[in-house]
Ligand binder design. Structure first.
Ligand code: PEP
Ligand code: MG
Length: 864
């Protein structure tokens, strides 16, 4: 019932049933609905006061004690508890019910005057701070002053007399701050504490935390009122936190911390250094043994690793709360495997305990978890993993450094197609512009290189080869480190930790494969990337972007010459020179992926991307003219061609299939290279590769019809029609979704290009929005995540479902895949499973994540 009672309230209630009322201090929970009503009305909702009174009476009856009694009083804690845990964000008040009378009662009942006064002063302190905003520093100063006067170092050394005086000091602070006497009526105290917890839901830090964690504002928090037990009653008492298994490694041994003679907040506040949980074995062996049994019992009941709080009061163990433990990826994977071995969970249930979003951390190096460093800039976490190296500002410098064995980070305002060589050579990529779907991010993710994109605070001066981030001025060669999983940049020496696919992770992935029905392919353009992806379990290539092949240094001049050619004859000559190189590329892919489908997409980007930028060229031309260089004429021609090819909106311009229509000879060359590579591969392995040719950016069925004709013509010419090749299209424009039935008539498969589909359906530039207005959109809660990162289900997702539906209506055996970046996002993978697609295709490093996400989607569907 966590929606109504909050996580803490629901778990305490359930834990009471499981462990018995003796183990869990009694109490009651004010629902999240009451909080919502309070927020709406700006006042205590009608009936709440009466219900709290009734519940309190019941609690007093059970406990056999009364709140504020001058004889053995009941004391309660008042704690928040939202549906999702928001650690440290909401308020808590302990020891409520203390006043000038009950302090005497407590002293009498416990025969411990010091303990009673220590509890009272703690209450005045906490109540003043939390419920009435008395500043923490003022309170700390008062405590310090008292300690000084008493000539002691620690709070625990303050005697009864000092604590009485301190309580008076704190009451004085309360009066100065609020103009009121410290409230003596416990019911008034309770009402104020409940209000304070409700109000803390709207506090700045809670609002900010919810924004980051995407927790809805309208949920509200529950309030738990629970009888206090005391860990600060001397050496046979303690407070602590305990995990049912090691919370970092997942090893099946409980872990945690405790503090003798202390209350729970002392353990978490860090004022005193807690001891390792297992030291309790010697200190309090009975309670320790009981705690170990309870941890096992709770784990069995909840079928998940537990994170608990406990108190031992004079030898008696009480459990204060339990919840499913948040855990890093390695602990999650270890737990899943052990839980199946221990017959705690079945395989499906064990798979469901893993958060696939965390798995990235297992596949890339990362900053050592305890490393301390100063962040000089933050950007979009564009490609996970961490890297460290000297700064270089050009792809060429990265390549040179790579050849010399130096580790470098490529730092650019943004990257372009011809920077790709530099990506391979660099350890990581850092840009000041762009977002998750920018060129830098896409290519980096494909290669498994860490990337921080759109770090807007960086002022990069490419001419001077310097970069400034606030007060930090860096030059070429200065070492920086980037964390692409968190979007952080630092100039400090942060140690990196290597990642490895553990045996347990391998096991989890094999289980995932057994249940998932969605295929997982990879986006890869080179044999190295394909091999990596195959090792990670990819079942084929879902997208080979052939343009990346033209960027390598031996091809670029030929590509440029082709674009510059005046006549078709000249163009064909250049293409003839490129053909064997392309053929070699495809042979490499067919070899590494033998036995699996390889989807090759024909050229997609606008041609101007292969030429130098007009601005750069104009500068060089001016320089060449001044120097009287012989190259002036040639340079002028190139510049003219650049101007000729320039378009106001190149992403909506002559690209994709439009190139194939305008310059069929380019596609023809690629097709010949594919077919010849296919024949060569067949000869070597005796098995024909599974070739799928994909046409990008199709909007009209006639476009695909024409291109299919081109493919058939080339196959006929090259093989006499012998080679079996599938021809399909990317579906990445809204019109293509609407007319998917017509397009399907000419296609063997569809592959959704959700990057362009998101761009064109929303009218959002995939290169700019994530470092631009989208941040404001997230702050204003118009969207909670970038639509380029996770599929916009009601909008873009609807287009995908529509096209899948009408496409299959027209052609029932149409294969459906998706190769946009969303193919590696777990939430989107679940959506594509439900939309009935056959496979997702993602960058190699996301393949394991997609396998787990696809398995979870299948399990969820089966259990619905
Ligand atoms: C897409 O648009 O989703 C896609 C996969 O193609 P590209 O990213 O190369 O445009
Ligand atoms: Mg596209």
């Amino acid at each position: 019932m966590r929606d109504l009672l909050g996580g803490k309230g629901a778990n305490v209630a359930e834990m009471t049933r499981v462990l018995g009322a003796d183990r869990v201090p009694g109490g009651f929970t004010i629902t999240t609905e009451a909080c919502v009503a309070y927020m709406e009305a700006g006042a205590y909702p009608e009936g709440l006061q009466e219900q709290v009174d009734e519940a309190l009476e019941r609690l007093e009856g059970q406990a056999g004690k009364r709140l504020g009694d001058s004889d053995d009083p009941l004391l309660v804690s008042v704690r928040s508890g939202a549906r999702e845990s928001m650690p440290g964000m909401l308020d808590t008040v302990l020891n409520l019910g203390m006043n000038d009378e009950s302090v005497q009662g407590l002293a009498k009942a416990t025969d411990n005057e010091r303990f009673a006064w220590d509890s009272y002063r703690r209450f005045v302190q906490m109540f003043g701070n939390v419920c009435r905003g008395i500043p923490g520093e003022e309170i700390e100063d008062a405590i310090k002053a008292r300690k000084k006067q008493a000539g002691v170092e620690e709070d625990t050394e303050l005697g009864v007399h000092d604590l009485k005086a301190l309580t008076d000091d704190l009451k004085g602070l309360f009066k100065d701050g609020t103009g009121e006497e410290f409230p003596q009526d416990p019911r008034e105290q309770l009402e104020q504490a409940i209000r304070a917890v409700f109000d803390s839901w709207q506090g700045d830090r809670a609002v900010e935390y919810r924004r980051i964690s995407r927790i809805p504002d309208e949920w509200g928090t529950a309030v738990n009122v629970q009888q206090m037990v005391f860990g600060n009653k001397g050496d046979t008492s303690c407070s602590g936190v305990a995990f049912s298994r090691d919370e970092v490694t997942g090893e099946p041994t409980p872990s945690g911390d405790y503090l003798a003679n202390a209350q729970g907040e002392d353990v978490v506040s860090g004022v005193r250094t807690p001891r390792d949980l297992h030291a309790m074995k010697d200190d309090m062996p009975d309670a320790y043994g009981e705690l170990m049994d309870i941890l096992r019992e709770l784990e069995r009941h909840y079928s998940d690793m537990q994170d608990t709080e406990f108190t031992v009061e004079e030898g008696s163990l009480y459990m204060l709360q339990t919840r499913d433990a948040k855990r890093p990826a390695q602990a999650a994977v270890r737990f899943a495997v052990d839980a199946v071995d221990e017959a705690l969970l079945g395989r499906d249930a064990a798979l469901m305990t893993i958060d696939p979003y965390t798995l990235d951390a297992l596949l890339h190096p990362h900053f050592a978890p305890d490393a301390e460093f100063h962040v000089i800039a933050e950007g979009v976490a564009a490609s996970p993993g961490a890297a460290r190296g000297g700064i270089v500002f050009t792809a060429e410098d990265a390549v040179t450094a790579g050849e010399e064995g130096r580790d470098v980070i490529l730092v650019r305002p943004f990257t372009e197609a011809d920077d790709v060589g530099g990506f391979h050579a660099a350890k990581g990529i850092l840009t000041s512009e762009g977002g998750k779907a920018s060129h830098a991010a896409l290519v980096a993710r494909g290669m498994g290189k860490p990337c921080v994109a759109g770090a807007g605070a960086l002022e990069i001066d490419l001419k001077a080869k310097t970069v400034r981030a606030g007060d930090t001025q860096l030059s070429e060669g200065d070492v920086i480190a980037i964390d692409g999983s968190r979007g952080l940049v630092t100039a400090d020496e942060v140690p990196l930790q290597d990642a490895e696919v553990s045996e347990e992770f391998e096991q989890v992935l094999l289980w995932a494969d057994e249940v998932r029905t969605l295929g997982v392919r990879t986006n890869a353009d080179t044999p190295e990337d394909s091999r990596k992806a195959r090792d990670f379990g990819a079942e084929g290539i879902g997208l080979c972007r052939t343009e990346h092949m033209f960027m390598q240094s031996d091809r670029q001049p030929k590509m440029r010459a082709m674009i510059m050619a005046e006549s078709e004859k000249d163009r064909r000559k250049c293409l003839d020179a490129l053909l064997p190189l392309q053929q070699e590329d495809f042979e490499g892919l067919f070899e590494t992926m033998s036995g699996m489908p390889v989807t090759i997409r024909l050229l997609d980007p606008p041609l101007h991307e292969f030429l130098p930028s007009g601005e750069e060229l104009a500068g060089e031309l001016e320089h060449a003219r001044a120097e009287g260089s012989d190259d002036v004429e040639k340079m002028q021609e190139t510049l003219d061609r650049v101007h000729e090819l320039a378009e106001t909106n190149p992403m909506l311009g002559t690209r994709g299939v439009r190139l194939g229509i305008l310059h069929p000879e380019v596609y023809e060359m690629q097709l010949r290279a594919i077919v010849r590579a296919g024949l060569a591969a067949t000869k070597i392995s005796g098995e024909a590769p599974q070739i799928e040719i994909m046409i990008p950016l199709v909007a009209y069925e006639q476009e695909l019809d024409l291109m299919r004709g081109l493919v058939d013509g080339v196959i006929e010419e090259e093989t006499g029609g012998e080679l079996d090749v599938h021809v399909g299209t990317m579906i990445e424009l809204p019109r293509a979704c609407f007319v998917a039935d017509r397009i399907a008539a000419h296609a063997d498969f569809f592959s959704f290009g959700t990057n362009d589909l998101t761009q064109t359906a929303l009218g959002f530039s995939r290169d700019d929005v994530e470092s631009g207005f989208l941040n404001r959109y997230m702050e204003r809660k118009i969207v909670d995540r970038s639509p380029f990162e996770t599929i916009d289900k009601p909008g873009v997702g609807w287009l995908v479902r529509l096209a899948a539906w009408v496409g299959r209506e027209a052609k029932p055996d149409l294969t459906l895949g998706i190769c946009g970046e969303h193919g590696g996002d777990p939430d989107s993978v679940a959506f594509f499973h439900m939309a009935g697609l056959d496979y997702v295709s993602c960058s190699p490093y996301r393949v394991p994540i997609a396998r787990v996400a696809a398995a979870q989607a299948a399990i969820t569907e089966a259990s619905d």
